[in-house]
Each structure stands twice: as structure tokens, then as C-alpha cells.
Design a protein around this ligand. Structure first.
Ligand SMILES: NC(=O)c1ccc[n+]([C@@H]2O[C@H](COP(=O)([O-])OP(=O)(O)OC[C@H]3O[C@@H](n4cnc5c(N)ncnc54)[C@H](OP(=O)(O)O)[C@@H]3O)[C@@H](O)[C@H]2O)c1
Length: 300
């Protein structure tokens, strides 16, 4: 099938592209720019498609059977309203534009990436926007599959790799919050494989699946397991969340906007996916953290 992966140059988009190519599909990666330093998979085609420019989407989606939405504003979760980089404008507004363009182009299947915890009355705005994205997809009349992933790690992530980066030059690992955030971390390859398995799959038609790893862990446990795989021992130094929100309230105005109070909430929120209907439908294995991290730290 002809499949467009919008945001296919990103962390998840690249893995989805790879899984779709390996399943034998023809993949077009759509994003604002074609990354020259880290080229996309040579088997895929690149096309310019900006979710804030509907005309570019009409061209990017022409002739496609399936669209996958893996778009996210740069530097998420650190919003920059002055530059228009917000959950509301890019993630929600962009999904709306992409869905509308997919319907206009006669696309047969829309695959959306939401997030675990998305709800109309969720505590945090980004989860409410995710819920609105889901509603727009569902109401579009397109055949859809929506995944609600938990926290995702992999060779190119910007979260777990940050801790490994600290371990290179610090005797301790700074952790925002108390380290008790509960997550079932998902290996990015498992996401790609499930997206590919949803294509042309009757059982995935018009369904929503929570998607997470096989074990619920605390953030401290996740970091310790990862350090162990990397062959490092470091102690974890916790920075209390209220203190970090105060700090973020000040440094959000510094050049480069290193942190915002909202990002502190984002980083410390729980994210546990119930994978029962996922496993029942797809029957695919979910990779334990230690094994997933070893895959790229040790190239095994
Ligand atoms: N990472 C996680 O742990 C996680 C967990 C749950 C759900 N998700 C969801 O998965 C999706 C992808 O996340 P990610 O971590 O892979 O993001 P990412 O690495 O930041 O990649 C974002 C992609 O979107 C593209 N993009 C940005 N602005 C765009 C625009 N205006 N028009 C078209 N493309 C644009 C980027 O390329 P250009 O900048 O070149 O356009 C890039 O390809 C998001 O919806 C996110 O909420 C992620």
C-alpha cells in the first residue's frame, strides 16, 4: 500500500517508516524539511508537508491509501507560544488539518498517535488536546486506528538518553521529581511493529488501543535498569517537583527556553497503558526494558 507518514523524520516516525517498509509497503515521509544530516531511510520517498499549510498536505497525500500522523511540535513538551509552537496549535490543529486533508484526498485509513491518559477532563491540557484530536479523527468518517502510547524509549529518544548523557560526565543522575512516576515504558520498535500490523487489519478498524511495555516501573527503576545495561553505577539525585516548577517559572524566559512549568508536569506525570485489548487483537510480544535498551546500547 502507499502510506504517508507525516512526521516521518521524527523519533517515532522513523521507526514507523522502517516497520512499514519492512512489511512491504511504499512509504512517503512528509515533514517540513528533508533532514540532510540524518537522511531518511533510502527506501522511502520524502515530500514536503506542513500540517499548518493545508495546500502542502493536499499534494503530499495525493494517491495515498493510509496516513500515519506522527507530527509533534519541535522541542515538545516545552511550548513556545511566541513562535506558535504549542500543543493546541500544532498537535491538535495540525491533526485536524491532516485528517481533513486525508478525507479530501480519499485516504482509506488514518492512523493516529494519541497518548495514554487522553481524556476530556484530564488534569493537563495536552491530554485534553489529545482527546480532542481523537474525537476529530473518530468524527471524520475515515476508517481509523488510534494508538495511545505510554512513554517511549529508543536509540533516538530525548528522555532516557538524557540520563545516559548525564552518566557520561556526572557522578550522579539528576531526576526531576521524586522518581516515583509510574510508567510502562514502550520500546519504539514495538510501536512501529504495531502500527504496521494495523494496516489492512480488519480487527484494528475503528479501534483505539493503549500501547505500553510489559512492566509497570517507577522512573527510578527505569533509570537504574538502563544504567545497569550501560554498565554504570550512579546515584540518583532528586529535585523536588515544586522547586523545579519555581525554577522553570524563571528559566522559561532564558534564551533557548530550557524548561517551563508545564514541561515539569509533563515529565513527572504517570503513564500506564492497559495493553490487554492490544495484546488480544495483535498478539505481538512487548519488549522488556532491559532487552530493548540492550538492543541499541550493545547492538545485539
Ligand atoms: N515520544 C514519546 O514518548 C511519545 C509518547 C506518546 C505519544 N507520542 C506522540 O507521537 C507523536 C510523535 O512524537 P515524536 O516523539 O516522534 O516527535 P518528534 O521526534 O518531535 O518528531 C516530530 C515530527 O513532526 C514533524 N513536524 C513538526 N512540525 C511539523 C509541521 N508543522 N508539519 C509537519 N510535520 C511537522 C517533525 O519534522 P519537521 O520539524 O522537519 O517538520 C518530525 O518529523 C506525537 O503525536 C506525540 O504526541 C510520543
Amino acid at each position: 500500500m502507499n502510506i504517508v507518514v507525516a512526521g516521518g523524520t521524527g523519533f517515532l516516525g522513523r521507526e514507523i517508516t522502517r516497520a512499514l517498509l519492512e512489511a512491504g509497503h511504499q512509504v512517503t515521509v512528509a515533514s517540513r524539511s528533508n533532514p540532510q544530516k540524518e537522511p531518511i531511510d533510502a527506501r522511502a520517498r520524502w515530500v514536503r508537508g506542513d500540517v499548518m499549510e493545508p495546500d502542502s498536505l493536499a499534494q503530499a497525500l495525493a494517491g495515498s491509501d493510509v496516513v500515519v500522523d506522527a507530527v509533534q511540535f519541535p522541542n515538545s513538551p516545552i511550548e513556545n507560544p511566541r513562535k506558535g509552537l504549542t500543543f493546541e496549535r500544532i498537535d491538535l490543529g495540525g491533526t485536524r488539518n491532516l485528517v481533513d486533508a486525508a478525507r479530501a484526498a480519499g485516504v482509506g485509513h488514518f492512523i493516529g498517535l494519541s497518548g495514554v491518559g487522553a481524556a476530556e477532563d484530564a488534569e493537563y491540557p495536552w491530554l485534553r488536546y489529545k482527546w480532542e484530536e481523537e474525537q476529530h479523527i473518530i468524527a471524520s468518517g475515515l476508517t481509523y486506528t488510534i494508538f495511545r502510547p505510554s512513554w517511549i524509549y529508543g536509540e533516538r529518544d530525548v528522555a532516557l538518553n538524557r540520563f545516559l548523557g548525564f552518566a557520561k560526565f556526572l557522578p550522579f543522575i539528576p531526576v526531576i521529581g521524586n522518581g516515583k512516576t509510574r510508567i510502562n515504558p514502550l520500546f519504539v520498535r514495538d510501536l512501529g511493529v504495531h502500527v504496521a500490523a494495523a494496516v489492512g487489519n480488519e480487527a484494528a478498524r475503528n479501534r483505539m488501543f493503549e500501547l505500553g511495555g510489559p512492566a509497570v516501573m517507577t522512573m527510578d527503576e527505569i533509570i537504574r535498569v538502563t544504567l545497569k545495561v550501560a554498565g554504570k553505577r550512579r546515584f540518583l539525585l532528586h529535585a523536588p517537583k515544586p522547586l523545579m516548577k519555581l525554577v522553570a517559572g524563571v528559566i522559561q524566559f532564558a534564551p533557548g527556553r530550557p524548561l517551563t512549568p508545564g514541561a515539569v508536569d509533563f515529565i513527572t506525570m504517570d503513564g500506564v497503558a492497559d495493553t490487554s485489548s492490544l495484546t488480544e487483537t495483535f498478539g505481538l510480544a512487548l519488549t522488556p526494558l532491559e532487552q530493548g535498551v540492550s538492543t541499541y546500547l550493545h547492538n545485539s
